[in-house]
Write a protein that binds this ligand. Structure first.
Ligand code: FA5
Ligand code: MG
Length: 437
């Protein structure tokens, strides 16, 4: 089955093609000992464990705070924008910033606290890196929203690394970075500048949910919040890409906001989704003790913006330790205009692999992607599911994938690629019970 969808939204994506085979999966890399030590902390493992050594090796790299890293420059620019835009009466910035919260979270934080339904596809083992059935590597920085509100915070940004099991190409990597924001307002704050506002209220009793608002909210409160949020985000886009950047709002669904939108920008004649946002579900605020406030929130992906801003053609480059890459960003001013110039382009090698699946139910492409990444590391540029075939008699399904191998820093020989490819075949047979055609 093929379909194109997005992690937290129910709707389909327009510009990027994301292939997800949502079947129950066998952990690609089940841990033999019963314990894992991650970021100095011990965790028990179980049959949910699917975090791989390749991912574990990158825990704690924290590219978003690495000095001179392009993701760190971009983080600084977005922080500066919020510092400049929102100040309280005494002139101090309203938003506080959290950029070093551990990415190891509970299922409660990542999903339950955000009202993600128990049967929502984003909770599946095929989509997330689980440490055990209760603990995972966060799939979005939104995971920290409820606890920070419960601590009494009204305006904050959370910045960090997030982890998703995904397909592999130049814009997808299993780890990327997000910035989440929350802004809570009281009735007094949002209606302060409105004339004759004595009768305006945040909440409506016996209201009904519509496309425009949640049942408990008044339409006027929602509209003022929506306008502030959308202005904040379109101005951020203009600050980063210049005032002529073309943007559009697209209605969206998230379990934790209503109404919800995505912001898209026109880039090289394509609409590119850069963030998701909306009016926060009041139940989240209520549970966290913020009973007399209404909130807006958004989450954006740093890599997508940085690739456009600096003209970086491949998402793997962010993980490069190569001086040829890093030195191009070695500037003290985060606003400096930098256009990445490839040091050199090395040729790719493409090898195909075809196999019969043990059964649609017990196979997930994401398990296969992890195995290939484990063996090939960062020389895997792309894996393409080229062909699917169901045998008319046996009804068995076969998949054919093209694996594109390319080293970022040197030319690979076909001989060395063939050796790696052979290991991939062997591992697929051993771990996924497939039969090579
Ligand atoms: C979320 O992660 C929501 N938590 C965002 C949100 C927060 C909505 C708060 C409402 C309120 P989504 O899965 O669409 O939504 O990801 C948000 C952004 O992260 C995307 O717009 C994109 O910029 C980035 N992103 C998502 N998946 C990838 C990926 N595979 N590679 C690179 N960037 C990605
Ligand atoms: Mg999205």
């Amino acid at each position: 089955m093929w379909y194109i969808t997005c992690h937290f939204c129910k709707e389909t994506l327009r510009n990027s093609v994301k292939i997800i085979c949502r079947t129950t999966s066998v952990a690609a890399n089940a841990n033999k000992s019963n314990e894992l030590v991650l970021l100095g902390q011990k965790y028990g493992t179980d049959d949910w464990t699917n975090v791989t050594p390749n991912i574990i090796a990158k825990l704690g790299r924290n590219l978003h705070v690495q000095q001179y890293h392009p993701l760190s420059h971009l983080r600084q620019r977005i922080m500066n924008y919020f510092y400049g835009q929102f100040r309280n009466k005494s002139g101090t910035p309203s938003f506080s910033i959290y950029d070093n919260i551990s990415p190891i979270v509970t299922v409660e934080q990542n999903f339950d606290s955000l009202l993600v339904p128990k049967d929502h596809p984003s909770r599946k083992k095929t989509d997330c890196y689980f440490i055990n059935q209760d603990t995972l590597l966060r799939a979005h920085t939104t995971a920290h929203q409820a606890e920070l509100i419960a601590m009494g915070l009204n305006n904050f940004l959370v910045i960090g690394d997030v982890y998703r099991r995904d397909e592999i190409d130049s814009t997808h990597y299993p780890i990327f970075h997000q910035i989440d924001a929350v802004r809570l307002r009281t009735s007094q704050e949002i209606f302060r500048d409105v004339k004759d506002s004595e009768n305006l209220k945040l909440f409506e009793h016996r209201g009904i949910e519509s496309v425009e608002k949640q049942a408990c909210h008044s339409l006027e409160a929602v509209k003022i919040m929506e306008q502030e949020m959308k202005n904040t985000l379109t101005n951020l886009t203009k600050t980063l890409f210049g005032k002529d950047v073309q943007c559009r709002w697209v209605d969206q669904y998230f379990p934790f906001t209503h109404p919800s939108w995505e912001l898209e920008i026109l880039y090289n004649d394509n609409w590119l989704e850069i963030l998701g946002c909306g009016i926060m579900r009041q139940e989240i605020l209520h549970r966290a003790g913020a009973v007399d406030q209404i909130g807006w929130a958004f989450g954006l992906g740093l890599e997508r913006l940085a690739m456009r801003l600096y003209n970086i053609p491949d998402i793997r480059l962010f993980w490069s330790n190569d001086a040829g890459f890093l030195n191009q960003f070695k500037v003290d001013n985060p606003n400096a205009h930098i256009q990445y110039k490839p040091v050199s382009i090395y040729p790719p090698c493409t090898n195909d692999i075809s196999f019969w699946l043990p059964g649609e139910e017990s196979y997930s492409s994401h398990d296969f992607y992890d195995i290939v990444r484990e063996i090939g590391g960062d020389i895997i540029e792309q894996i393409l599911l080229k062909d699917k075939f169901i045998h008319p008699k046996t009804k068995k399904t076969s998949h054919c994938y093209s694996i594109v191998y390319r080293h970022m820093e040197r030319t690979l020989t076909q001989g060395e690629v063939n050796k790696i490819h052979e290991q991939v075949e062997k591992a697929a047979v051993a771990k996924l019970n497939v039969i090579i055609r």
